[in-house]
Each structure stands twice: as C-alpha cells, then as structure tokens.
Design a protein around this ligand. Sequence first.
Ligand SMILES: [Zn+2]
Length: 204
Amino acid sequence: MDKNYRFEPELMTDLINSLKRLPGIGIRSARRIAYHLLQHDLKGASILSSSLTKAVENLRNCKGCNGFTEYDLCYICSNQLRDKKLLCIVETPTDQNSLESSHSYKGLYYILMGRVSPLEGIGPKELSFHRVLDRAQDGIVEEVIIATSFTAEGETTAQFLIDMFSNKDIKTTRLARGVPAGSELEYIDTGTIAWALLERKQVG
Ligand SMILES: [Zn+2]
C-alpha cells in the first residue's frame, strides 16, 4: 500500500494524537473519544475545548504553595484562618485534595507537582526542592509535615526531604503509616488520612 495513503482527515488525526497525550490513554481510546465527541457530543467537545483553553491561559502556579491558581496566591494560601506555622508537603494537587477532604488539617501546603523517580530521571533538582526549602524557611513555619505517598517513590521523596531538612531548625514530621506500604495518598479514605495526620511521627 502507498505509504502516503490516508483515509482519516488530517484534523481527526491531529485530535487523536492530542488525546493520546493524556495519561492512560492509548491510540484506541484516543480514537474512540475523538469519534464520540464529534459524533455524539459536539456541545461537550466545545465545552472541553473552551475550558481547556481558559485553564491553560489563566491558571498559574501559586507563589505560596506551587499549586494552581488564577491569582498570585490560591484560596488556601490567602486564607487568614489557616495556621501558617504548619507546612504540609504533598506530591500532587490530588493529594492536597485528599487531605482537605479529611477536614483535619488547617495549615498550609507545598505541592511538589511530582515525586522523585530515579528511573525517570526526576530528582530533587527537577522538582526544585530548593523552593520548598525557601518556602519552609520564611521564619513563620515551625513544622514541615511530609505527606508523600507510601509507595517506593513516595518514600524516596520523603527521605530526600528529611535529609534536606535534617540540619535546619524546623521540626519535620511524616504521616503515620496507617495503611499498607504501596498506597497512593489519593486512594486512602479520609478517616485514615485524618488519623495519619494526628499520629504523625517526628523524623527530624
Ligand atoms: Zn497556594
């Protein structure tokens, strides 16, 4: 067959390739989603397209916690009722969500936006750990709570953070292990998260 033979419109191929960038979406799923949107849900496709554009154009990283916000500081960082002496370090906004859903934490956060993964070449440098250190050394933070996942990579990330804070004058704690090793924070129920926060252990 002629290698230039094509039956799919170029715009369709572009759409499928864009969808394929999403985590967990392979070529088959990408094609199914593209056909579904264009055949059965044009309105949904427009909404998706416009909210994606708005998010990309208007969201930025919060100057306080590195999470996403439309402003310089997110709702949590600018909330005067939060306890500024506590800084909880999480891997992702989803993990922050899990902690917030437990209604058991009133301090502030720092979101790494990833985890240390030597196999993928992601280390403290790639995750800008120096910014976490700067944030924690604002003269107000008294305790850093390390709330990375209980997976191998989450534990490696925690160890790097513990080492980084080891000779600093900041109390360092780690969430209690109320869950089996290998657990992602986002899949732990809120009751267990509340317990893990309350029972956090001093590690530095
Ligand atoms: Zn923030």
